[in-house]
Design a protein around this ligand. Sequence first.
Ligand SMILES: Nc1nc2c(ncn2[C@@H]2O[C@H](COP(=O)(O)OP(=O)(O)O)[C@@H](O)[C@H]2O)c(=O)[nH]1
Ligand SMILES: [Mg+2]
Length: 188
Amino acid sequence: MNSTNTSSYTVPDMIHRVKVVVVGDGEVGKTSLIVRFTKGIFSLSYLMTIGVNFFVKDVNTEDKTVRLVIWDTGGQEQFGYIRQHYFVGSKGALICYDKSDTESFKRLDYWRNQIIQYCGNIPIIVVGCKADLPAAISYDVGRQYAFQHRAGFAETSSKTGQNVSQTFSLLARLVLQYYSQRLSTPSE
Ligand SMILES: Nc1nc2c(ncn2[C@@H]2O[C@H](COP(=O)(O)OP(=O)(O)O)[C@@H](O)[C@H]2O)c(=O)[nH]1
Ligand SMILES: [Mg+2]
C-alpha cells in the first residue's frame, strides 16, 4: 500500500535543479567567477569563454542540495538577439561589474532591466568582481546600489577566491527561499 507513496521522500534527499544566469559587460570577470567556483581554478588568459554555454555544480544549503546550472554568455554580451534564449527559465541572477572599472558599474541598470524584462522578479545578487585590484567603486557604493534595488550584494575575487563560493551559496539560498513552494521535483 505504501510502496508508491512519494510522500516518503525526505527533503534532504531531493536535489533541486536551478538555472541561473551571470550577466554584466564583457571582461568584468563573469567567466572567471564561474570557472573559479565550478572548477577551482583561475587563469589570466581571456580565451575560456568560447564555445561554453553552461556549468553545473551542486551547492548544499542547510537542508537541501541545489544543483546550479550556471549559464555563461559565451562572450556574446553585445548580441541582444541571443539574450531571450539565454535568459529563459532563469531562477536567479548574478549581475556583475568590475570594481576597478566605473563604466561597468554604470551598466548595472541596463543589465538589471534586461533580467527584469526576460525573467521577471527573480532573486538577484549584485557582484563587484576583481576585489583584489585597486577599487574605482568602493564597497559602500556597490552595497548601496544593491540595497536600493533590493538585491543581494557581494564583492569577489576570482584570483584569490575571496567570496566566490559564498556568493553562489547565497544565490542558491535566495532562490530556494523565493521558490520554496514550487521547487518540489527531485531530479536525477
Ligand atoms: N585581478 C583579477 N583579474 C580578473 C578577475 N576576474 C577576472 N579577471 C581577468 O579579467 C579578464 C576578463 O575576465 P573574464 O572572466 O573573461 O570576463 P567576462 O568577459 O566577464 O567573462 C581576464 O583577463 C581575467 O583573467 C579577478 O578577480 N581579479
Ligand atoms: Mg566570459
